[in-house]
Design a protein around this ligand. Structure first.
Ligand SMILES: [Mg+2]
Length: 387
């Protein structure tokens, strides 16, 4: 019998829109659409006031504005969202080192090892929500469950500002009334196929045998059978066990200014470097991922001459990789560090002035970030000497 786990899924409510409403009081209580106005502009986030008009993220901006003509369109400030996200992840990590960010505003936290110290799952979830609200003025919805799948579903059930708990006992029954549209990996097409066979809820899926599901819908559907019962043994992968540490961000618009993209890339590098240092890891290779406006993805990597956790060295390589790419408007930029080695005290470079200076800078930055949050120390891309 598997060990019982307590997993939190934390998801910020209308993240980009809530950040904008926090920072500009005139936007509070009003329908806000974050995104580009241009011809190909897409809604990156809609405030709850705008959602009442049927506006959704990923919708073309023109369509959203037709649905809600009174909406205020705000251009996105991705570097700002990155800074808030870094602070949120730092807060979540106070509950457990088993933190797995899955997007800029969403993460799993396995708090099983923290229960004796911090209280039960719902207590930890309520504490995290309160700290995020007090420190950042933002609301999170949290799901608490014995597995990732159920935690993810739970966080969505009582949005905004939700806290939903699924106990292990009776989990399958609790899930049984959910519509199959909430199942991971079931899009509109699969949904229609299932519904044509009378499968409308998780309970309907539970009532089929795994064998007959596979016979009717293919091998992948066996998994749906397990998930419908709340059986999901995927672990939360924290940085300690991860093979790579990275950050990436999709923009709802094409960023046409290379300096703006470099600014976001630098934030990614700072966060990755801070995570490496916290984990006592050094990385031997760097990967930069860029997706252009035509959705063509380019992945470039470089091996470093020696493993490092220094922000300036990681940035130098990431920026070089980015600048070697022939620039065109960008939809997504990401950066990750891979091939880890344990950091050992480095006796031989003790006399290396430059190394020592950069390490002191990194240590000071980490200390400030821990205390005041990422925004307090966001360096500008130009703070580094041109190279
Ligand atoms: Mg969210």
């Amino acid at each position: 019998m598997a060990l019982s786990r307590t997993i939190l899924h934390v998801d910020m409510d209308a993240f980009f829109a809530s950040v904008e409403q926090r920072d500009d009081p005139s936007l509070r209580g009003r329908p806000v659409l974050v995104g580009g106005r241009g011809g190909r502009g897409v809604v990156a986030a809609a405030s709850y006031e705008a959602r009442r008009f049927g506006c959704r993220s990923a919708m073309p901006m023109a369509q959203a504005v037709r649905r809600c003509p009174s909406a205020i369109v705000v251009p996105p400030s991705f570097a700002k969202y990155e800074a808030d996200s870094a602070r949120i992840m730092d807060i979540l990590e106070t509950a457990s080192p088993l933190l797995e960010p899955i997007s800029i505003d969403e993460a799993f936290v396995d708090v099983t090892g923290s229960l004796r110290l911090l209280g039960d799952g719902p207590t930890i979830a309520a504490d995290l929500k309160r700290v995020i609200r007090d420190e950042l003025g933002l609301n999170a919805s949290v799901g608490v469950a014995p597995c990732k799948f159920a935690a993810k579903i739970a966080s969505d059930l009582e949005k905004p500002d939700g806290l939903t708990v699924f106990e292990e006992e009776g989990l399958a029954v609790r899930l049984s009334t959910l519509p199959i549209g909430r199942m991971w990996g079931i899009g509109p097409k699969s949904k229609a196929r299932f519904e044509a066979r009378g499968i409308r809820t998780f309970g309907d899926l539970q009532n089929w045998s795994a064998e007959s599901l596979v016979a009717s819908f293919g091998a992948a559907s066996a998994r749906f059978h397990d998930l419908s019962h709340g059986r999901d043994d995927r672990p939360v992968v924290g940085d300690r066990t991860a093979k790579s540490v990275g950050h990436e961000q999709t923009f709802g618009v094409d960023l046409a200014d290379p300096r703006e993209v470099e600014g976001v890339l630098l934030r990614h590098v700072e966060r990755v470097a801070a995570r490496l240092r916290r984990r006592n890891r050094r990385a031997r290779s760097i990967v930069v991922k860029i997706r252009d406006g035509e959705f063509v993805t380019n992945t470039r990597s470089r091996t470093l001459s020696e493993p490092t956790d220094r922000t300036d060295l990681l940035w130098e390589t990431a920026r070089t990789l980015f600048r070697e790419w022939k620039f065109r408007p960008v939809r997504l930029v990401g950066m990750s560090a891979e091939r880890f080695e344990e950091a050992v005290p480095d006796l031989f470079s003790a006399g290396d002035e430059e190394n020592a200076r950069n390490r002191r800078l990194d240590a000071a930055t980490d200390a400030i970030r821990d205390r005041f949050g990422g925004e307090a120390i966001a360096r500008t891309a130009s703070a580094f000497p041109p190279g």
